[in-house]
Write a protein that binds this ligand. Structure first.
Ligand code: C2O
Ligand code: CU
Ligand code: CU
Length: 842
C-alpha cells in the first residue's frame, strides 16, 4: 500500500510533467523557422461576437506560435497597445459595430500576424406611444405622441404612421393625428452611424370622437371559488348612462326587461363552478355598446391531501401487513425489526384521484402522488429500500434524494446501480456531513433515469423529504399540523383525466408544461387553517415550469411570506417577501401569519416583474384564465404564539471567505450552457458536449471550496442543480449578492446571456456526481455533466484517509468511468492511479 501511495504521488507529479511535455512537443512541431504564426480569436459567450449593451464579452486569442505575445487594438486606432494577454474582457455601452484587432508575435521567431473581427452590439429600439385616454382608444382628431430610444447615441429615427412605407416624420420624438377610425400600425426605423438598422412596430386604435366606452370591475375578483358573492360594477364615459346586466346564453338584448339586473352595480352569487360571461349593455345619448367580462368560478372542493409520513422506527401499515403474513413468530419479528430500520417503498402503478371525476393512472411511490413524505432525524443513518413493481415497460428506475449529501453509489446514478423491474435496491443515507449531523432541510426524492426522468417524474415518481435536527426544533417554529409541506406540480390531462406527457419536440422548445397546477397531487385544493402562524414548505416539483408564488387574500391584499429556509435549510435571518420565484426543484421554507388577513388566502402563480429570463408559468383554470392554485380557509379565533427569533442559523463558516474574497478567485471551472445540434437534431449542451455517463467533465478536490461559473449562451433560462453538496452564490458577484439571498442552495437560476458564480464545498465522499439543468426535459435532452471528487493531495496519509471513505458501489462506478475515460489526456494517469487505490481500499 505504501508503495502504491508513493507511486500515486509520483503519478500525480508525472501527470503534470506529461502535460507540459505535450504542450512543448506540439509547439516545437508547429513552429517551422521563419513562417508567420497563426492568429485568431474567439468571442465568448457569443461565438458570433454579438453582445448586448452593458454585457461583458471575452475575447480569447489563439495561435500556433511557440512563444506568443498577444497585443490588442480595442479602439480601432491602429495601435496595438490597448491590452496584452491571451484573453481580454470588453463591455460596450452603445450599439454599434466595433472592429477589434489582435497582433500575435512569436517571440522565438520575431514573426507576427494580425487578425480583425467585428463585435456587433445590436441596435434595439423601443418606443412608447401616448394619447388621451390611451393608444388603444384614440379619438379621431387627437394627437398620438411617440418617443423612441435605442442603445446608440448616433441613432437616427424615422416614422411611418400609416404603413405606406413612406416616412411621415423623423427624430426621436414625433406626433401624428389620425383622421380615420380603425387600427393603424406605427413603425419606427432606426439607423446608427455604423450602418446598423432596425425597426419596431406598435398598433394604435383610433375611434370615432364621441365613442361610448364601458368596462366591468369584479369584487373581490373575477376568479372566485364557488359560493362567493361577486359584485360587478360598471363604469363608462357617458353623461347619464343606463346599464343592463346579464350572463349566460339567455341575453336577449331586447330591452331592460330582459336584463337580470339594471343599474351600475350587480351582486351575484355563483354557486356552481364554471365560467360565466357577464354582459354589460350601456346606453347613453342614443349610443349603445356591450362589453363582456368572464367570471371564473372554481371548485376548491377537494381538501389538500397531506402525504403519509414515513419515518424510521415507525412501521407502515403495509409493512405490518406484510410481516403479519409470516406464520413463524421468529421470522415475523425479524421482518418487523428489519422493516423498522429500513423504510420500504414500492414503486407501483396505481389509480390516483388528481382531478374531480375519473382517477388517473400513475407510476407511484407506495400508491400515492406525491409518494409518502420521508421524515428523518439528522445524524442517524437512514436506509430506504425501493422495490420496482412498476410495469415491465417502464424499465429500470434509479432514485435520487435531491439535496442530500451521501456517497456517489447511493446518489441515483442515471445509468448505474439501476433498479430493474421486479428488483429492489437499498440506499444508505448517513445524514451526516464532516462528522456532524446534516443541517435540517426540506428535500425531495425522485427518479433520475437517464433520458427518462421527465417521463418518470411526470408519471408520479416524486415524494417529499423532511430532515429534522435539534437546531431546527429548538427554534419553536410551527410544528405538527402547522407544518405543511406543499409540492406544486403541473400536469396536462387527456380526456378521461389521464396524464398527457407531451413535451415540445426539440430543444429549445422541449418542456412538458401542464394545464393544471396541482398541490400535493390535487387540483385547486382548499386547506383549513386557524388564525395563527404556519410553516409552509414550498417545493416546485414541476418538470419545466418556474412559478412566482404569491399569497393574496380575498380583498387582493398581499399576505407576505416570511422566508426562513431555502434549498439547503434554514437561512441566517427571516426575510419577508411578497413573491417567491421557484424554478424546478427549488424550495422555500416560509412562515405565514394567517391572523391579520381575510378569511380566504389564495396561493397564486403571478407574473414576474422585471427580470430578463424565461417568464414564470402561470396557474390557469380550465378555460385558460389565470386563477389561484389553492385556497387557505382561515377559521377560528386568533391564537397567541411566542415571538420568533430573527436570527435562525448562520451559514457554514467556509462561506465567509466566499463573500469576502470570492470575487477575486478564478473559477475552477466555467460551465457553458448552450443549444447544440448534430445529425439527430437539437440538444442541450454543457461545455459544448452532451451528457455521457462515462465521461468526467471536471474534477474537484475533496473538502476544498470550489468556485464555478455558469454562462448561459442559450435563449432560455436554466435552473442548474448541483449534486452532492449545497452551494452558495447565484449572482454575478459574491460580495454584491444581497444578504437576504445568501443561502445554501442546490439549484440556481441562470438567465440567458448572464453569468452566475457559485461556490461549493464537497465533503466526505470521493466519486462521480451529476450537475444538470433541473428542467427535466433539458436534463433528458443531455444538459448534464459529471464531476469527480478527487482526494486532497495534502499527504499520502490524507489520500489514504480520503480513499478509505469511498464505498464499494462508488468504487465500482469510479472503476467503470475511469477505465473508459483513459484516453491519454493528462488526467488519465492520475485517474487510473486513483482507481487502483480505490480498488485496493474497497
Ligand atoms: Cu433533483 Cu439530479 O436531481
Ligand atoms: Cu440532486
Ligand atoms: Cu435548462
Amino acid at each position: 500500500m505504501e508503495r502504491l501511495l508513493a507511486h500515486l504521488t509520483r503519478a500525480v507529479a508525472t501527470g503534470a510533467v506529461v502535460l507540459i511535455g505535450i504542450v512543448a512537443a506540439s509547439s516545437v512541431r508547429a513552429a517551422p523557422a521563419a513562417a508567420s504564426p497563426t492568429a485568431d480569436f474567439q468571442c465568448y459567450p457569443s461565438s458570433s461576437c454579438v453582445v448586448y449593451p452593458g454585457n461583458p464579452i471575452t475575447l480569447y486569442a489563439s495561435s500556433n506560435a511557440a512563444q506568443p505575445d498577444y497585443e490588442w487594438d480595442l479602439n480601432n486606432d491602429g495601435a496595438y497597445g490597448d491590452q496584452s494577454g491571451s484573453s481580454v474582457n470588453q463591455t460596450f455601452t452603445n450599439a454599434g459595430i466595433y472592429p477589434i484587432s489582435l497582433r500575435v508575435t512569436d517571440i522565438a521567431t520575431k514573426q507576427s500576424a494580425v487578425v480583425t473581427h467585428n463585435v456587433t452590439v445590436p441596435l434595439t429600439p423601443s418606443f412608447t406611444c401616448s394619447a388621451t385616454p390611451s393608444c388603444n382608444a384614440v379619438p379621431v382628431g387627437s394627437a398620438v405622441e411617440v418617443d423612441a430610444t435605442s442603445d446608440s447615441p448616433s441613432a437616427s429615427y424615422s416614422w411611418d404612421f400609416n404603413s405606406d412605407g413612406v416616412p411621415d416624420a423623423t427624430g426621436a420624438h414625433a406626433t401624428y393625428t389620425y383622421t380615420q377610425p380603425g387600427q393603424h400600425g406605427i413603425t419606427v426605423s432606426v439607423t446608427d452611424s455604423a450602418g446598423q438598422a432596425s425597426s419596431a412596430t406598435v398598433l394604435v386604435t383610433v375611434e370615432a370622437a364621441d365613442a361610448l366606452h364601458a368596462s366591468i370591475a369584479c369584487s373581490p375578483s373575477c376568479d372566485v371559488p364557488a359560493g362567493t358573492d361577486v359584485t360587478l360594477t360598471a363604469s363608462s364615459d357617458g353623461h347619464a348612462p343606463n346599464y343592463g346586466w346579464n350572463y349566460g346564453t339567455d341575453f336577449t338584448g331586447s330591452g331592460p326587461t330582459a336584463y337580470r339586473s339594471v343599474g351600475p352595480a350587480w351582486l351575484q352569487r355563483f354557486d356552481t363552478p364554471g365560467r360565466y360571461v357577464i354582459v354589460l349593455r350601456a346606453t347613453d345619448n342614443g349610443q349603445t355598446i356591450e362589453v363582456s367580462q368572464a367570471v371564473t368560478v372554481s371548485a376548491f372542493n377537494q381538501p389538500l391531501p397531506i402525504p403519509r409520513v414515513l419515518s424510521p422506527g415507525k412501521l407502515s401499515p403495509a409493512d405490518r401487513a406484510r410481516c403479519d403474513l409470516q406464520r413463524n413468530r421468529f421470522l415475523r419479528d425479524n421482518c418487523l425489526t428489519a422493516a423498522r430500520q429500513t423504510l420500504v417503498i414500492h414503486m407501483r402503478q396505481a389509480e390516483v384521484q388528481l382531478l374531480p371525476g375519473q382517477k388517473t393512472r400513475m407510476w407511484t411511490f407506495d400508491g400515492t402522488f406525491p409518494g409518502p413524505t420521508i421524515r428523518a432525524q439528522s445524524g442517524q443513518t437512514l436506509k430506504v429500500r425501493y422495490v420496482n413493481d412498476l410495469p415491465q415497460a417502464a424499465g429500470p428506475m434509479t432514485i435520487h434524494l435531491h439535496g442530500d449529501h451521501h456517497p456517489s453509489a447511493d446518489d441515483g446514478q442515471p445509468d448505474d446501480n439501476l433498479i430493474y423491474p421486479g428488483g429492489d435496491r437499498t440506499y444508505t443515507y448517513p445524514l451526516t456531513e464532516d462528522g456532524q449531523p446534516e443541517r435540517s432541510a426540506f428535500r425531495w426524492y425522485h427518479d433520475h433515469r437517464m433520458g427518462e426522468s421527465g417521463r418518470d417524474v411526470w408519471n408520479g415518481l416524486a415524494g417529499m423529504f423532511i430532515l429534522d435536527d435539534h437546531v431546527d426544533s429548538s427554534l419553536h417554529l410551527p410544528s405538527g399540523n402547522r407544518d405543511v409541506p406543499l409540492m406544486v406540480t403541473d400536469r396536462r390531462f387527456s380526456p378521461g383525466n389521464q396524464l398527457d406527457y407531451s413535451p415540445g419536440a426539440r430543444p429549445p422548445v422541449d418542456g412538458a408544461i401542464g394545464d393544471h397546477v396541482l398541490v400535493n397531487g390535487t387540483y385547486r385544493p382548499f386547506h383549513d387553517v386557524s388564525m395563527g402562524l404556519y410553516r409552509l414548505r414550498l417545493l416546485n416539483a414541476s418538470n419545466w415550469c418556474a412559478y412566482n408564488f404569491q399569497l393574496v387574500d380575498q380583498h387582493q391584499q398581499v399576505v407576505p411570506f416570511s422566508q426562513i429556509g431555502s434549498d439547503g435549510g434554514l437561512i441566517p435571518r427571516r426575510t419577508d417577501r411578497d413573491t417567491i420565484l421557484l424554478g424546478p426543484a427549488e424550495r422555500a421554507d416560509v412562515l405565514v401569519d394567517f391572523r391579520h388577513f381575510g378569511d380566504d388566502v389564495y396561493l397564486k402563480g403571478v407574473p414576474q416583474i422585471g427580470g430578463s429570463g424565461t417568464p414564470a408559468c402561470q396557474a390557469t383554470d380550465d378555460s385558460g384564465n389565470p386563477g389561484p392554485i389553492m385556497v387557505f380557509r382561515v377559521t377560528g379565533n386568533g391564537d397567541p404564539y411566542p415571538a420568533l427569533p430573527n436570527g435562525l442559523r448562520p451559514l457554514p463558516s467556509w462561506t465567509d471567505a466566499v463573500w469576502n474574497s470570492g470575487d477575486k478567485i478564478r473559477a475552477n471551472h466555467t460551465f457553458q450552457l448552450a443549444l447544440g445540434s448534430d445529425a439527430r437534431g437539437a440538444h442541450w449542451t454543457i461545455d459544448g458536449r452532451m451528457y455521457d455517463p462515462r465521461r468526467v467533465d471536471t474534477t474537484v478536490r475533496l473538502g476544498a471550496t470550489t468556485y464555478w461559473n455558469f454562462v448561459n449562451d442559450s435563449p432560455v433560462t436554466h435552473y442548474m442543480h448541483v449534486h452532492d453538496d449545497a452551494c452558495v452564490g447565484g449572482g454575478s458577484s459574491f460580495s454584491r449578492l444581497a444578504v437576504a439571498d445568501r443561502a445554501l442552495k442546490d439549484t440556481f437560476r441562470v438567465d440567458p446571456h448572464t453569468t452566475i458564480r457559485i461556490a461549493c464545498r464537497f465533503a466526505d465522499y470521493l466519486g462521480i456526481y451529476m450537475i444538470h439543468c433541473h428542467m427535466l426535459e433539458h436534463e433528458d435532452n443531455a444538459m448534464m455533466a459529471q464531476f469527480l471528487v478527487v482526494p486532497r493531495l495534502a499527504s499520502a496519509r490524507q489520500i489514504r484517509l480520503d480513499i478509505s471513505r469511498v464505498s464499494q458501489g462508488a468504487t465500482r462506478r469510479l472503476h467503470s468511468v475511469l477505465r473508459l475515460s483513459r484516453s491519454g489526456d493528462s488526467w488519465a494517469r492520475v485517474k487510473h492511479d486513483l482507481w487502483l487505490l480505490c480498488h485496493l481500499a474497497a
